[in-house]
Design a protein around this ligand. Structure first.
Ligand code: RFL
Ligand code: PHB
Length: 391
């Protein structure tokens, strides 16, 4: 088999890349280890920056997103019984949209199917070879051993994928910070009792009130990193959410919980995001803590830049954009790392509630209330700085 671009991983990065390439007349094959139901069922992110929504529209895959996405013009910060609204759109002219990653992935897979892009699910033993020369991908499916020759490989196989570890030792610099806590996340059949997301600072730890639809709430609690989900029966989750998010005369809307899990939190960047003819995109190259809601949006931005660079190579033979792909993508990656770290440091309980750190956090929250410049800085990063050729 032969194709122009071999894509490993059918998450948001791999699928979006395949569609972007096809728009430029470039062929690709997407290889995915899991089955389609598993990929579409994974509950993850839910907040799309305007840049990501624009990209989905440009790809012609935003019909359901435009119909069902919840457009938000601000968020609330809550601490010690007070609530501060950050009017994102007023401060930046941009908005965010709540639309589940599960829905994004389903829409992307449907579009690949309709447009005849091959996405092979349930392939085993994927391996990449000859990255410095004419690259090849091998894998096993029900027909036995398979091999695909290609011009370029896109490693869109997430943090635990095989592409990044296939780069020879000594090439990558890996930066990593693992936080001493995780997020327990739930989906509940409960109408949200808030119009915008609420990020709450609390002595007992951080909590976030998000949503998926007018009937479905998505909520998160900071928990210790080693926490087991068995220790969190539904009643305990609701009790803790009410304690951390509740204010006088108002409470979190409750309903049956139909999904719950704990996600560890880390910051990670591997650089450069390329080696020979292998290009990394999305979680395979970087992980951010979810407090800034950047993971999915960074994946979308990486492949926007990568697709443009690949298209330029085929159109004119100029490989300048490809050579600069990593440098360009990393500008936004590091901006998002800093912002995600800032949001995490601002809102989480660290070091057993160290009183000095807590006072610093409260002072920063107070500054967001008093200073429009501080609020605007948060808003600009949160909604995402506008996409361009070099950012
Ligand atoms: P993905 O979505 O992980 O997709 C990678 C795909 O590659 C497949 N794969 C392989 N395929 C073939 N061969 C192999 N050897 C393979 N190894 C792996 C995988 O099965 C998968 O289908 O990465 P991508 O496309 O870069 O997209 C990135 C986003 O998914 C990610 O940044 C966000 O979901 C991060 N994230 C969150 N971000 C937020 O902004 N808000 C959140 O609330 C939030 N929650 C989460 C998250 C990530 C999580 N993970 C990765 C553990 C919750 C979780 C549980
Ligand atoms: C979500 O809705 O899942 C979500 C929203 C905002 C975040 C993280 C997750 O910062």
């Amino acid at each position: 088999m032969r194709t122009q671009v071999g894509i490993v991983g059918a998450g948001p990065a791999g699928l979006t890349l395949a569609l972007l390439l096809q728009q430029q007349g470039i062929e690709s094959i997407v290889l995915e280890r899991r089955d389609r139901d598993y990929v579409e069922g994974r509950v993850r992110a839910g907040l799309l920056e305007q840049n990501t929504v624009d990209l989905m529209r440009a790809l012609g895959v935003a019909e359901r997103l435009d119909e069902r996405g919840l457009v938000h013009d601000g968020v609330y910060l809550r601490w010690q019984g007070q609530t501060q609204h950050i009017p994102m759109t007023e401060l930046t002219g941009r908005s965010i949209t709540i639309y589940g990653q599960q829905q994004v992935v389903r829409d992307l897979i449907d579009a690949c199917n309709e447009r005849g892009i091959p996405v092979r699910f349930e392939v085993d033993e994927v391996a990449v070879h000859d990255l410095e020369g004419e690259p090849r991908i091998t894998y096993r499916d029900e027909g036995g051993e398979q091999s695909i020759e290609c011009d370029l490989i896109a490693g869109c196989d997430g943090f635990h994928g095989i592409c990044r570890p296939s780069i020879p030792d000594g090439v990558l610099t890996e930066h990593e910070y693992v936080y001493p806590f995780g997020w327990l996340g739930i989906l509940a059949e409960a109408a949200p009792t808030t119009d915008e997301l609420i990020y709450a600072w609390h002595e007992r730890g951080f909590a976030l009130y998000s949503m998926r639809s007018p009937q479905i709430s998505r909520l998160y609690l900071q928990v210790p990193a080693e926490e087991s989900i068995e220790d969190w029966p539904d009643e305990r989750i609701w009790e803790e959410l009410q304690l951390r998010l509740g204010v006088e005369g108002w409470s979190v809307g409750q309903g049956p919980i139909f999904e719950k899990g704990i996600t560890p939190m880390r910051s990670f960047v591997a650089e450069p995001m390329q080696y020979g003819n292998l290009y990394l995109a999305g979680d395979s190259a970087h992980i951010v803590p979810p407090t800034g809601a950047k993971g999915l949006n960074l994946a979308a931005n990486d492949v926007r830049l990568l697709a443009a660079a690949i298209a330029e190579r085929y159109r004119s033979g100029d490989i300048g954009l490809l050579e600069r792909y990593s440098e360009t993508a990393l500008r936004r990656v590091w901006r998002a790392q800093d912002f995600s770290n800032y949001m995490t440091q601002l809102l989480h309980r660290f070091d057993d509630g160290d009183a000095f750190q807590a006072r610093l956090q409260l002072s920063r929250l107070e500054q967001l209330r008093r200073s429009e410049a501080a609020a605007r800085n948060l808003a600009e990063n949160y909604v995402g700085l506008p996409a361009s050729d070099d950012f």
